[in-house]
Write a protein that binds this ligand. Structure first.
Ligand SMILES: [Zn+2]
Length: 249
């Protein structure tokens, strides 16, 4: 009985405590409320909507496929040993214009096997497959006399006879190649290496061979290009992003 009375008294006190008004201060406005020390409620992030089918970003795939470099009579796989990169030394060049210029110099047409556009007078990143490649003919792009090159003896005209000439349109001594040009260049070289079996280390800039020209220009980083292509040909299975290839002037 005594215990019940004690509990009732305690309950009455507690209720009275809850209901009693706060004592009025005579010292000015009341202090600011004490901020809660409890952690804020965690709001679950709203799940993103389902993604649309993935669009292959520009550098995820190759813009040149093996089909783009096939030729009617078949590729002379045993003939091609090196790849030589050039620039046109003009932003306004075109495959047709260079063909005319090379004929003026007495050559039998465009000296390169491939040309890649820069978007000025020939579409950006467009690969031009030249008649020399289609006919599997010796190039006219890298004259070098007989001698030792890269630790190997190369007979006269070796780099024209056994080198695949690729020309980037642009003056790449004064401006860099476009992203699409580089993508097409890397795609083309990777496909050539895989289709023909050229050693990935045998990719040279024109000036690296002859030491008589700045071609393909100081904005073309040949060591970086070789590293990128070596990684590409050693990488996972290839995704082809749709070729942009021209074969007519
Ligand atoms: Zn050159």
């Amino acid at each position: 009985m005594q215990r019940i009375a004690w509990c009732a008294a305690a309950l009455a006190l507690a209720v009275a405590g809850c209901q009693s008004p706060a004592p009025k201060s005579t010292l000015g406005p009341p202090p600011p409320p004490v901020l809660s020390t409890r952690a804020p409620r965690v709001v679950e992030p709203i799940a993103p909507p389902p993604r649309a089918p993935e669009i292959v970003p520009p550098r995820a795939g190759r813009t040149v496929s093996p089909a783009d470099i096939q030729v009617p009579g078949g590729i002379r796989r045993n003939n091609w040993k090196v790849i030589v990169v050039h620039h046109a030394a003009s932003a306004k060049a075109t495959p047709q214009g260079m063909d005319a210029y090379h004929r003026q110099r007495g050559w039998d047409g465009l000296g390169y096997h491939f040309v890649i556009g820069n978007g000025v007078n020939y579409p950006d990143g467009r690969l031009f497959v030249g008649p020399r490649w289609k006919g599997q003919r010796t190039g006219a792009h890298c004259k070098a006399s007989a001698g030792r090159y890269f630790g190997t003896y190369c007979p006269n005209n070796y780099f024209n006879e056994h080198g695949i000439g690729i020309c980037l349109i642009g003056d790449l001594d004064t401006e860099p190649p476009t992203a699409r040009q580089l993508q097409t260049l890397e795609s083309l070289i990777a496909v050539l290496i895989e289709e023909i079996g050229i050693n990935p280390s045998r990719i040279y800039g024109h000036g690296e061979v002859t030491h008589k020209t700045a071609c393909p220009g100081r904005h073309v980083n040949m060591p970086a290009l070789r590293r990128s292509i070596a990684a590409a040909v050693a990488g996972p299975p290839t995704v082809y992003g749709g070729a942009a290839t021209g074969t007519r002037y």
